[in-house]
Design a protein around this ligand. Structure first.
Ligand code: THU
Length: 299
């Protein structure tokens, strides 16, 4: 391992968190191209303690999810991977170089995991990776820097085996949403889990109505939830049904096509599953650009 975390748990450690965070640290250093042995100190604590640290060291009197205090000053244009020698100043007696301190609030991590619809494991790993990249000089003050930092985090998380939600997880979330189906008229339960580009998952179920035409499909429930929260980029949707496999209806295909014509559509019923890209389910589609003068060949 080229990167090591000295972790202090002020709160009970969730099972397996220790190993996961070590793996994440190693993946971050590797992604950055660090060759020296490095370490950081991580303290996992509660909201009160992180608030006190935030107040005392940054003058901000409120709790936050993660704080990082780099040992070495580097600019986002020249992150530690490109000026590794600077780290030699931080070398301890065992030869390891100190990257800095990280504080994470466990309650905040738990809240955010629930909010983003992913595991505490992923949130923990994400916060650790985020902090470690800060320690290595990354920042998110402008869009370019932010994008670069995000790409590094994603690379590291994938390497650490905690990448994006897997198809199995997405299907499980669609099945979970299916339980809330309100379908007293058709008795056909449908659940959907829509995966956004940023890793968030939006769940939805079909919601019927005594005036049948008012009913909404699971896919659109999920889509509308996402769009109404400002999320418009999606990579996959899983659709779970109870009685028989069902591909999205025409209206849902059209609704999804508006935002993600390349969306991976996964349908699942029990252990059975199938997948197709949306553009195959809606060929020759009418999309956001179809009516523009450009597409019509007019100036
Ligand atoms: N349904 C969906 O939720 N998604 C589809 O793509 C197909 C149909 C729902 C609508 C209605 O509540 C029930 O399934 C039977 O049509």
């Amino acid at each position: 391992m080229s990167a090591y975390l000295e972790i202090v748990w002020d709160v009970p450690m969730p099972e397996g968190a220790d190993k996961l965070l070590q793996r994440t640290a190693d993946a971050c250093a590797h992604a950055e191209g660090i060759t020296l042995p490095v370490y950081a100190q991580l303290r996992v604590t509660d909201d009160e303690a992180i608030r006190a640290i935030n107040r005392d060291y940054r003058g901000i009197d409120r709790a936050t999810d993660v704080l990082s205090f780099p040992s070495t000053d580097v600019k986002p244009s020249k992150t530690l991977g490109r000026c590794e020698k600077k780290l030699l100043r931080e070398r301890d007696e065992t030869g390891r170089c100190f990257l800095g301190d990280i504080i994470i609030s466990l309650p905040r991590a738990q809240e955010q995991a629930a909010e983003y619809g992913h595991s505490l494991e992923r949130e923990f790993a994400y916060l650790t990776a985020h902090a470690l990249f800060h320690l290595m000089g990354y920042d998110h003050m402008n869009d370019d820097d932010k994008e670069r930092m995000r790409a590094m985090e994603e690379k590291a998380l994938n390497k650490a085996g905690i990448g994006r939600v897997t198809d199995d997880e997405l299907i499980a979330l669609a099945k979970e949403a299916m339980q809330f189906s309100y379908s007293p008229y058709s008795h056909f339960k449908v659940g959907a889990a829509l995966l956004a580009k940023d890793g968030r998952v939006f769940q939805g179920c079909n919601i019927e109505n005594a005036s049948y035409g008012v009913s909404n499909c699971a896919e659109r429930t999920a889509l509308f939830k996402a769009v109404s929260e400002g999320v418009r980029e999606f990579t996959a949707i899983a659709i779970a049904t109870e009685k028989s496999m069902a591909w999205p209806c025409g209206i849902c295909r059209q609704a999804l096509n508006e935002f993600a014509p390349d969306l991976r559509v996964i349908v699942a019923c029990g252990d059975e599953r199938a997948e197709a890209p949306l553009y195959e389910l809606l060929p020759h589609s009418f999309g956001p650009n179809s009516g523009t003068l450009e597409v019509l060949g007019k100036e």
